[in-house]
Write a protein that binds this ligand. Structure first.
Ligand SMILES: Cc1cc2nc3c(=O)[nH]c(=O)nc-3n(C[C@H](O)[C@H](O)[C@H](O)COP(=O)(O)OP(=O)(O)OC[C@H]3O[C@@H](n4cnc5c(N)ncnc54)[C@H](O)[C@@H]3O)c2cc1C
Length: 480
């Protein structure tokens, strides 16, 4: 059938990338983007990072919108239906119901409704208790931090840890409460979870592991958190970071298979004619590892949005979407990055010392394969491991690579010491730029301090990593 109408449900990263990819592929039919939030599509990683920071002169941070209003109307020619959730899907008549009121017909549909935070039952009526998923959440948390709120973060996952780090930087009292004995086990494994969590204590944030929350109390507004062991922690702000659930309720009765997200194949196809899924809501088969996965990270959401749209518009030539998963997190001026899978038979620290805040690299082995890598301040290393994993490198190849990098770094350090590199100048360096949904390697590009990296003006630069024998102290351009 001819495809004249593309509808995208979910007005955020994956949804926007779907729209952009459709236009980039030359699709000239109508495009409609339906989003539950009132805001234009915006970026979420800054919400727990830069958006919480104190700015000079008490300035308000800019809202992290991906694109301005006119780009949607003029460049992308997309009809925006914002502030109205999709409430139903009929895959036989090919219509989406919006706000329970009217229907929007489609020939091709991309579902990118993401995920929403889990709440602690019975606490949502209390002022000062937040999840952190939306711009509105972040505005509320920021205002509380501005007022010097005594902060309790429930859940020592990445987002909770970023909030705690932001609160700590502002000098407010902050405690993290984590029910598990070790945080981040699912994301990074036990050994590295413990090592990363130690960053909190080293930076002066109290972390209480292995104890649950018995109650969050207050009279209209939160006043205290009571732990299972009876401890009472006074609180003006509670940020609940206990995970998210995919937004699928609206699909009830649609016939789509829902099981920890929308079940789809390697092409992101749901099995219903013309219906594809992308981003945090998609539970798809990742051909790189041959396993079913639902990701909750920026890179996969961006890439899947684009891939789902391309496949939806040209199903005859649909291509599988495969990836070596990647995420990053920033706490206390430390960048944590992970590629691959954390379910390992063995984790080996191949560089650095986890008792120090400097740089470390850990590799993950499954059988005789390298399946994952974790770096702390290892921005020059991480993407190289991603490439190795994507090529199916053996464990030994991973170790050999690590040894080579280690030797090279030592050589460079020695050369730098000898050359006494001027402190304010870049040098020839190895760098990676993550640009939107791709990673651009700019090996040997010489950058001066303050120089813009060689990327398009409108690119979303999520990390610019610079190192070399004359490290200029971490150049960062547009870093979130
Ligand atoms: C605070 C925060 C920090 C993060 N930091 C990092 C990081 O450092 N690194 C990293 O890799 N990842 C990070 N992430 C994760 C990353 O932002 C997500 O993986 C990404 O936003 C997923 O994009 P998405 O478009 O699939 O879903 P979402 O961003 O969740 O967007 C889905 C959109 O669909 C809308 N929607 C839901 N239901 C409906 C409906 N029925 N009808 C219409 N619209 C609907 C939602 O309101 C939402 O706007 C972070 C996330 C958060 C919240």
């Amino acid at each position: 059938m001819s495809i004249d109408r593309l509808v995208v449900v979910g007005g955020s990263l994956a949804g926007l990338r779907a729209v952009e990819a459709a236009r980039k592929a030359g699709f000239s039919g109508s495009v409609t983007l339906i989003g539950a939030e009132e805001h234009l599509p915006y970026d979420r990683p800054p919400l727990s990072k830069a958006y919480l920071e104190v700015l000079e002169g008490g300035a308000e941070p800019e809202k992290p919108y991906f694109r301005s209003d006119d780009v949607y109307s003029e460049e992308l020619d997309v009809e925006l239906m914002l502030g109205r959730p999709a409430t139903g899907l009929d895959t036989v008549r090919r219509v989406v119901t919006v706000g329970g009121e009217f229907e929007v017909g489609y020939d091709a549909l991309v579902i990118a409704t993401g995920a929403a935070v889990r709440h602690i039952p019975g606490t949502q009526h209390l002022e000062g208790v937040f999840g952190l998923r939306t711009l509105d959440d972040s505005i509320g948390v920021r205002a509380a931090l501005d007022a010097g709120a005594r902060t309790v973060v429930i859940g020592a996952g990445f987002i909770g840890s970023e909030v705690a780090s932001g609160a700590n930087k502002r000098g407010v009292e902050v405690t993290i409460v984590e029910a598990l004995p070790t945080p981040l086990v699912r994301a990074t494994g036990k050994q590295m979870g413990a090592a990363i969590a130690a960053l909190h204590e080293r930076n002066g944030t109290t972390l209480r592991c292995g104890t649950g929350v018995a109650a969050i109390e207050g009279d209209g507004r939160v006043e205290r958190v009571v732990l299972d062991d009876g401890t009472v922690i006074p609180a003006d702000l509670v940020v609940v970071g206990i995970g998210v659930a995919p937004c699928v309720e609206w699909l009830e009765g649609s016939g789509l298979t829902v099981d920890n997200g929308i079940v789809c194949d390697a092409n992101l196809w749901t099995g219903a004619p013309g219906v594809y899924a992308a981003g945090d809501v998609a539970n798809w088969v990742n051909p790189v590892f041959g396993i079913r996965q639902r990701m909750e990270n920026w890179t996969a959401a961006a890439e899947q949005g684009a891939a789902a749209a391309r496949n939806a518009l040209d199903p005859e030539n649909a291509k599988p979407y495969g990836t070596v998963p990647y995420f990053w997190s920033d706490w206390y001026d430390v960048r944590i990055q992970f590629v691959g899978l954390p379910d390992a038979d063995e984790v080996v620290l191949v560089d650095g010392d986890t008792d120090q805040d400097g740089r470390w690299v850990a590799l993950y082995r499954q059988g005789d394969r390298l399946i994952g890598a974790l770096t702390v301040n290892g921005q020059t290393e991480i993407m190289k491991y991603r490439v190795l994993i994507s090529k199916g490198a053996t464990w030994q190849e991973g170790l050999d690579h690590a040894a080579k990098r280690h030797a090279l770094a030592a050589e460079k350090a020695a050369a730098a010491a000898q050359a006494q590199c001027p402190p304010n100048r870049g040098s020839r360096q190895e760098s990676f730029l993550e640009v939107g949904d791709s990673v651009l390697e700019v090996d040997q590009h010489a950058l001066e301090v303050g120089e813009s990296p060689p990327v398009a003006d409108d690119a979303d630069v999520h990390a610019v990593v610079v190192a070399g024998h004359c490290d200029v102290g971490g150049l960062a351009f547009g870093d979130e």
